[in-house]
Design a protein around this ligand. Structure first.
Ligand code: ATP
Length: 271
């Protein structure tokens, strides 16, 4: 992890251009994304929200090139991942850090070994340099002193922090968070969000967070993307959502966002 802010140009980090994705179904095809367009601004945090089955995970998989669209372009740093294969795709994927739901730690490895893994597998750093980098990240994420513990000895929030530490090792330009606070209590959730916010501000990576944790996750958002029935709506701030005339968004606001405008973000800065 570097202390130096990333060099931000005006271009978006990611662009979806007329992307359609469908799957075979009993009645023909189930269209999950229907010609959607959006941009992910560089160095900012984009939250993707929507009901179960609305296509949030599919969107992340398309970004990572783990799935291909039926049509359209998915531009990551200007390269269309939908058209890349093999080594070229790998080179785009190295730009990403990914933190999945369960943090996906290896239970048989210590905290140190889990975090060091990407450096051992993907770089030629010697043992001393790996030691120094991992210990520095662990300190930054308030995990100093826990490096010899195993995942089973950690709280849920600590495991997520270890997952974040590992996701940041190769200095990613874009970090994808898939349901990062699932299973955490409200206090830990708040701590994790504060940590995301702090590391994102310090490092300047582009963050994409998929979450059901509405409205709390909105405290992090510079942009919100709502998904429903193949459509995508993009809002430049969570507050803007309340002004939408669309029926599904009005329902969404009524069912999930009651508290947002009273959130502590207003009273105490961002949180
Ligand atoms: N590999 C696949 N084959 C067939 N259908 C798929 C596949 N992947 C996703 N789908 C379908 O696409 C739709 C969107 O799935 P997705 O996993 O993106 O939803 P989601 O918004 O992430 O939902 P959740 O919040 O429940 O995780 C669902 O109807 C799902 O069944």
């Amino acid at each position: 992890m570097t202390d130096i802010q990333k060099n931000h140009s005006g271009d978006p980090a990611i662009r979806f251009v007329d992307v359609t994705k469908s799957f075979p179904s009993r009645h023909g095809r189930h269209v999950v994304l229907s010609g959607v367009n959006f941009q992910v601004p560089r160095g900012k945090t984009t939250v993707i929200a929507g009901g179960s089955g609305s296509g949030k995970s599919v969107t992340l998989k398309l970004i990572l090139g783990l799935m291909r669209p039926d049509s359209g372009q998915i531009l990551v740093e200007g390269q269309n991942v939908a058209a890349l294969r093999g080594r070229a795709l790998q080179q785009v994927r190295v730009r990403f850090g990914v933190l999945f739901q369960g943090a996906a730690l290896f239970d048989s490895l210590t905290v140190f070994e889990n975090v060091a893994l990407p450096l051992r597998e993907r770089t030629r750093l010697d043992a001393g340099a790996i030691q120094a980098q991992v210990m520095k990240t662990l300190e930054q994420l308030e995990l100093g002193g826990h490096e010899n513990k195993y995942p089973a000895q950690l709280s849920g929030g600590m495991r997520k922090r270890v997952g974040l530490a590992r996701a940041l090792q190769l200095d990613p330009e874009i970090v994808l968070f898939d349901e990062p606070t699932t299973g955490l209590d409200p206090v830990m959730t708040r701590e994790i969000y504060q940590l995301f916010y702090r590391t994102q501000q310090e490092i300047g990576y582009t963050a994409i967070i998929v979450s059901h944790d509405i409205p709390r996750v909105f405290s992090l958002a510079d942009q919100v993307i709502l998904l429903s029935r193949g459509e995508m709506d993009v809002f430049e701030s969570p507050e803007e959502i309340q002004w939408s005339e669309k029926e599904y968004i009005k329902e969404f606001v009524a069912s999930t966002m009651g508290e947002i405008y009273e959130s502590s973000r207003v009273e105490q800065g961002r949180f």
